[in-house]
Design a protein around this ligand. Structure first.
Ligand code: G
Ligand code: G
Ligand code: MN
Ligand code: NA
Length: 250
């Protein structure tokens, strides 16, 4: 309960902030970045989202926090759009199940775009499989309403959930994200290599791009590239950093 109160206070004190991790294409060009929330608590130091996202989902704080993340990421898009080196960068934002399920979610995305003036074509929303399983019809309708704004969707942590392939093809997804658990031992575990190769082929056959996350070395990148993976993210290219450090990657 003390942690929860500290979170509320921290939110009011603007202690939540976004880090960004770059994403690169097969030509090693930076395409954009994923926004990753951080809590810089005056009292507790730097707190990982692993420690507060699920609690925020339970107590509903994910709604104001998620909206803050969406708006801050859109403001960052506008900032990058104004500089030639970063003008075409996309920003990927993680959306939690409860945030996506909220009746106002479409309006909330519209509001974030309008408030900041961000280009919707440069905004990507990362969803996870579990949040798409219930009420598939309603989920698809909601995704299509957001897609109509120009915003695109990526399926995060792909392979760790329970997606059935029959409705994966129904979802208006632009991208699949190969989970880092399959990338970690890619070079030594033949099963992981088969999974990665299969996800790339599956994504492409459904007209989606495929990005691998958790890429930590050149050998992993090269193997994934040989499998025709479209894009990469991980410590090999860069750790999540505050936006003021992003120019170091240019
Ligand atoms: O950046 P890091 O590896 O610490 O992130 C840990 C987890 O927190 C990941 O699963 C990531 O998807 C999640 N996460 C990071 N930022 C956000 C956010 O803004 N919203 C939501 N819902 N999850 C996030
Ligand atoms: O669930 P999601 O994919 O959004 O979470 C991304 C998480 O993975 C973040 O916490 C981020 O800090 C972490 N991460 C990003 N790149 C790497 C990497 O190369 N290796 C490892 N181990 N973790 C990574
Ligand atoms: Mn993610
Ligand atoms: Na992931």
């Amino acid at each position: 309960a003390e942690f929860e109160q500290d979170m509320r206070d921290g939110f009011d004190q603007r202690e939540f902030t976004l880090y960004y991790q770059i994403q690169v294409d097969s030509q090693s060009q930076i395409m954009g970045a994923e926004a990753l929330v951080r809590w810089r608590s005056a009292k507790r130091g730097m707190v990982s989202p692993l420690e507060f996202i699920s609690l925020a989902e339970e107590n509903g704080m994910i709604l104001p926090l998620g909206q803050y993340v969406l708006e801050a990421a859109c403001a960052q898009l506008v900032d990058w759009a104004q500089q030639p080196a970063t003008a075409a960068w996309t920003v990927a934002v993680n959306v939690s199940a409860r945030q996506f399920a909220h009746v106002n979610f479409v309006d909330n995305v519209v509001m974030a775009l309008q408030k900041t003036g961000a280009n919707p074509l440069l905004l990507k929303l990362e969803l996870t499989e579990s949040m798409l399983l219930k009420n598939v019809e309603a989920v698809i309708a909601k995704m299509n309403a957001i897609k109509a704004l120009g915003v695109s969707f990526s399926l995060d942590d792909f392979g760790t959930g329970y997606s059935s392939l029959s409705y994966l093809k129904l979802l208006p997804l632009a991208q699949l994200k190969i989970d880092q658990s399959f990338v970690r031992d890619l070079l030594t575990d033949p099963n992981d290599a088969v999974i990665a190769r299969t996800v790339v082929a599956l994504g492409h056959s459904l007209g989606m791009r495929v990005i691998a996350e958790g890429v930590e070395n050149a050998a992993q990148r090269d193997l994934l590239a040989s499998m025709d993976c479209d894009a990469f993210q991980g410590y090999y290219f860069g750790r999540p950093v505050p936006p003021e450090n992003i120019p170091l990657f240019l």
